[in-house]
Every structure is written in C-alpha cells, then in structure tokens.
Design a protein around this ligand. Structure first.
Ligand code: C5P
Length: 210
C-alpha cells in the first residue's frame, strides 16, 4: 500500500477542509470521493432521469471521468442529498470504488476523504482519521457557509437535512458510514480548523515515523 491518508466522517464535519489542508502541506494528490457520488447524481438530474434506476446509475458511474468533476457546480446542497440516494446502490459503489482505488494507488501516495475510505476503499491505509462534530455544530457551519454566500437559509431545515443524511449514510447495507476499528477519532465540535489540522498532522507524522 502506498502512503494513503484515509479521512472519513459525516456531512459538514470539516473532513473536506482538513483533507485539502493536509494534502497541500504534504504535497499529496487529494480526492474528495463525495464528488464522485455527487457527479453521478448530477448527471442523472441533468438528463432528467430518476435517481433510483440502478442500471442507469451504474452506467453513469462507470463512465465517470474524475478529471471532469467541477466542485463548484457539485457543491450544491440539493446535489449532496441526491448523491446520498445513489450512494445506497451497490453497483454504483462498485464502479466508483474502483476509480477511487486507482487514484489511491498513485506512487506519490494520496489523501482520500469520504465515508468508507478506511473501511472499504483503502482498508490498509497507514493513516485513518474519522472526523466528527455534533449535528448542531455541523448545521451551524453549513448555515454559516450559505449565509456568507448570500443565501436565505433556515437553520432548522439544514439541521433536519443533516440528520436525515446521517441516518441514510449510517443505515445503508453497503459500506455504511462508520469509523474503521483502527481509525483515530477527531471530534472537531470545539476545535477551530487550525487546531484540527495540527492534531491531524501530528497523527500523520507519527504514522510516517513508524
Ligand atoms: O461528502 P459529501 O457530502 O460530498 O458526500 C455526498 C454523499 O455521497 C454522502 O452523503 C454519501 O451518501 C455519499 N458518499 C458515500 N461514500 C463516500 C463519499 C460520499 O457514500 N466515500
């Protein structure tokens, strides 16, 4: 196994920001695997196709080119919700996991973040982090992000969405969201991003030293 840093956690836990910062610091390529599920959902929505047709969703997943994913378009809140619906389908997951593993196999090593990186995609990764924060704190961060963009958003609606997405991601049969047995747990509820980053960096440095 190349030097893979596997970062998992629920929506708005801070895992994305943390992964990008670690990748920049360590000069490693980074894949936000949530984008792969979002890209499949987005392609289906654009083609006005239903989200629950597994054959079509799997075909879309097999055709996905990681290089063409546009994070700006895919960041939309509604696409995240649609992504969690296509993410319950095993044949979609199988296609996307294959592409994610190919990314992880780069000789340079890599940082991957998602829900099942430490448990399914890269179970042999030498460093695994599971990043969490309380649902209220995660909803507050999402709300803040949206308000800064000028959106008119309701805190309780965001909190309800986050709770619904957690439930769907944790309850699905295939690759549910859960920490790997050997993951380091990082609760960022009371941490700013710099503290979370320094904590994660010291875990990575220790793993490298071993
Ligand atoms: O992390 P992000 O919010 O972009 O992920 C969108 C959805 O994609 C998640 O709610 C989850 O259902 C799915 N996902 C997944 N496995 C991953 C990454 C994301 O099931 N490795």
């Amino acid at each position: 196994m190349t030097f893979v840093i596997a970062i998992d956690g629920p929506a708005a836990s801070g895992k994305g920001t943390l992964s990008r910062k670690l990748a920049a610091e360590l000069k490693l390529p980074h894949l936000d695997t949530g984008l792969t599920y979002r890209a499949v959902a987005h392609a289906l929505l654009e083609a006005q196709q239903p989200l629950d047709n597994e054959v079509l969703a799997a075909e879309t997943a097999l055709k996905l080119d990681l290089g063409t994913m546009d994070p700006t378009i895919l960041a939309d809140h509604a696409i995240g919700e649609a992504a969690s619906q296509v993410a319950v389908m095993s044949s979609v997951r199988a296609a996307l996991v294959e592409a994610q593993r190919a990314f992880a196999a780069q000789l340079s090593g890599a940082v991957l973040d998602g829900r099942d990186i430490g448990t399914v995609v890269c179970p042999d990764a030498p460093v695994k982090l599971f990043v969490t924060a309380s649902p209220r704190e995660r909803a507050r961060r999402r709300w803040n992000e949206q308000v800064l963009k000028g959106a008119d958003v309701d805190f309780d609606a965001i909190l309800a969405d986050i709770q619904k997405r957690d439930e769907r991601d944790m309850a699905r049969a295939d690759s549910p969201l859960k920490p790997a047995a050997d993951a380091h747990l990082l609760d960022t509820s009371e941490m700013d991003i710099e503290t979370a980053f320094q904590t994660a960096l010291s875990i990575v440095k220790q793993a490298k030293a071993n």
